[in-house]
Write a protein that binds this ligand. Structure first.
Ligand code: BTN
Length: 147
């Protein structure tokens, strides 16, 4: 009897650990980053294409911030989970474009985290100003409403 209980305990621990590590990363849903910017990604299609909207918390301009569209692509060849992706935000309130690239990770607590790097290209008036037109940075996104 004691052996059966022990066996069941070990089995349930093993199954629990497996379901944690096997949790899939899905881009669909609402996310917030370390700056307080939020984004909503609607369904990802079979080719990995997705779209959504982005509300930045900060801007390099003096313009009033508005929600802006995003278009992205999820790498679907890898079936091992934790996929890579990229997306572009075409800012509706400025002359700039930002490209993000990153990977969707599941941490040891089963929480999904998007680790990204971005390039923000601002418009400049002349080619002599090109050197100062691109900013680079990182953003980490977590889910707003876990699914
Ligand atoms: C602009 O200022 O021209 C448009 C807004 C740029 C916001 C940047 S994009 C990279 C970084 N991550 C964010 O969430 N917001 C800033």
């Amino acid at each position: 009897m004691r052996q059966a209980t022990l066996f069941l305990l070990v089995l349930s621990l093993a199954l629990g650990a497996h379901s944690l590590s096997a949790k899939k990363c899905s881009l669909t849903g609402q996310w917030i980053n370390d700056l307080g910017s939020t984004m909503k990604i609607t369904a990802v299609n079979k080719n990995g294409d997705f779209s959504g909207s982005y509300l930045t918390a900060v801007t390099a301009t003096s313009n009033q911030i508005q929600e802006s569209p995003l278009q992205g692509s999820l790498q679907r060849k890898n079936q091992k989970g934790q996929p890579t992706f990229g997306f572009t935000v075409n800012w509706t309130f400025s002359d700039s474009v930002t490209v993000f690239t990153g990977q969707c990770f599941v941490d040891k607590n089963g929480k999904e985290i998007l680790k990204t790097m971005w390039l923000l290209r601002s418009r400049v008036d002349d080619i002599e100003s090109d050197w100062k037109a691109t900013r680079v940075g990182i953003n980490v996104f977590t889910r707003i409403q876990p699914e």
